[in-house]
Ligand binder design. Sequence first.
Ligand code: NAD
Length: 258
Amino acid sequence: MAGRVAGKTALVSGAATGIGQSVARRLAIEGARVAVADIDERRGAEVVAAIREAGCEAMFISLDVTEEAAWQAAIGAVESAFGGLDILVNNAGIAIIESVDKMSFKDWRAVMAVNIDGVFLGTKHAVPAMRRAGGGSIVNISSILGLTGEEKASAYSASKGAVRLFTKAVALECGRDGSGIRVNSIHPGYIHTAMMEETCRRDYGDIRTGLAELGKLHPIGRVGEPEEIAAGVLYLASDESKFVTGSELAIDGGYTAA
Ligand code: NAD
């Protein structure tokens, strides 16, 4: 199938729903063979079925991004099923919102485990596979809260800020070693997903009010859609961005422009 990532293979973590699902679908429609990786096996299988119904190629991989052995198995499974790994989208993430004095150390560690340890482990094991494939693109989903702070989001912001600089450090390593591996981060504004609906209910009482109020924080005047993040991932995953590495792409309706 022709497409902007035709012939490439991809693994998307946290792809059972939200932004990850949209990314997996878009990469598949654009010709990649996609591994939908998530802890949510039921929803992950539904995403795979939908991709296959559209005539594209996908497989489900059960992956907890905090488990190193699970990453090794996942990347091995992609290499044996698809013949190599070209694209890794480190998308799985969680948010625990609490003031710093009330945040338990367990919750702090849980956020760090998924949001930054998971990105480290995925990258660590993807790099050798991409070397074997002759190059690749790693796209790390950070956040506007990896660029600016937010009250009650100390753990989340710290984890997403870490993703931003981890990305740049690895981009330097991979740029200079001639491996042909590029590494970039994306910084979404508020995007209408389950994670955001939880924020709406918690902070504004209901989803509709929350969407309207959170929309006002973005100069464009609305929250974003998962497809708008998938479009950025597609660009960074494709060869159209072959001179782009270590960059941070804000897709945020102007949130961080101020
Ligand atoms: P979501 O909660 O809708 O979906 C997250 C997915 O990750 C789920 O399928 C979940 O099962 C999976 N997941 C959670 N923990 C996992 C683990 N340990 N291993 C594997 N998979 C796991 O979230 P979303 O809104 O689609 O967010 C996706 C990414 O985008 C996250 O990294 C998030 O921090 C980031 N982000 C989201 C927004 C937003 O407003 N929605 C804004 C900025 C950044």
